[in-house]
Design a binder for this molecule. Structure first.
Ligand code: ADP
Ligand code: MG
Length: 255
């Protein structure tokens, strides 16, 4: 890899009280890749994303964004970093009292000095990218789960982020809508040239989306490879996770 990494985690530890969730995570993100981080429910995937956004601080280790230590950033630097990172939440996290247009406009109104007309144009552009242009005046409650998910994607890219973080983007969606979302993630990363981190436990999506994969298990990244490499992995944890087999090391460790 010749490009400097956008995000770099080195030996990151994180504990909630006595419970150590991350126990030495080391992970690099190169520009424009789509890194899928796999792991069981409760293994710390959302926690990892919160660390990248500087919402949580590691107990030990280094979290860098474009060469700068995230935990040491002051409010202003944190805000500047967060403007470069789009976050797509598991539950879409739209504000129910605001229209689709106003949900998307919010970050632009709060963080930029764009005029209402400029904001409208950007909102329309992003809605068109996710195929939802005709929903701009709807309320979130009027939309299906899959549509809300797409709106959540549009909101995640409203600031033209360099990095997009996706938390379980296809969880709870039917297989067809799930494929639509997978396809959108690929398209968005290519159209806007963004670097993506997708955390998921859904293998089918993972293999469709990923340019690289990493597996989080018992607080560490135990495997990192191309999707092809993952498919052929002889690591018993990876093999069990991919196959969904009940026999293997995964349940032994956790239960
Ligand atoms: N703020 C918190 N305080 C205490 N425990 C937490 C907190 N956030 C998450 N956890 C715990 O950390 C573990 C990892 O959570 P999470 O990152 O949400 O997992 P995942 O996203 O992989 O399902 C879980 O056991 C969860 O209960
Ligand atoms: Mg989670």
């Amino acid at each position: 890899m010749t490009d400097a990494p956008i995000i770099e985690l080195r030996d990151v530890h994180l504990a909630f009280g006595e419970k150590e969730i991350l126990a030495g995570v080391t992970l690099c993100l190169a520009p424009r890749e789509r890194l899928v981080v796999l792991g069981q429910s409760g293994c710390g995937k959302s926690t990892l994303l919160r660390l990248l956004l500087g919402i949580l601080k590691p107990t030990a280790g280094s979290v860098q964004f474009q060469g700068r230590e995230v935990p040491q950033m002051r409010r202003r630097q944190l805000n500047a970093m967060r403007q470069k990172i789009g976050m797509v939440y598991q539950n879409s996290a739209l504000i129910s009292s605001l229209s689709v247009r106003d949900n998307l406009a919010l970050p632009l109104e709060e963080l930029t000095d764009k005029t209402p007309a400029e904001i409208d144009a950007l909102v329309d552009e992003k809605l068109t990218l996710v195929g939802m242009a005709d929903t701009r005046d709807k309320m979130p409650a009027e939309l299906s789960g899959g549509m809300r998910k797409r709106i959540g994607l549009a909101r995640g890219i409203i600031m033209d982020p360099e990095v997009i973080l996706y938390d379980e983007p296809s969880a709870g969606l039917d297989p067809v809508i799930s494929s639509v979302i997978d396809q959108l993630i690929i398209e968005l990363s290519e159209k806007i040239g963004a670097t993506s981190v997708i955390v998921t436990h859904e293998m089918e999506s993972a293999f469709k989306i990923a340019t690289r994969m990493a597996m989080l298990f018992q607080g560490r990244i135990i495997a990192e490879d191309t999707p092809e490499g993952f498919k052929k992995s002889s690591d018993p944890v990876v093999a069990q996770f991919i196959s969904g087999d009940t026999e293997g090391p995964i349940l032994q460790g956790g239960k």
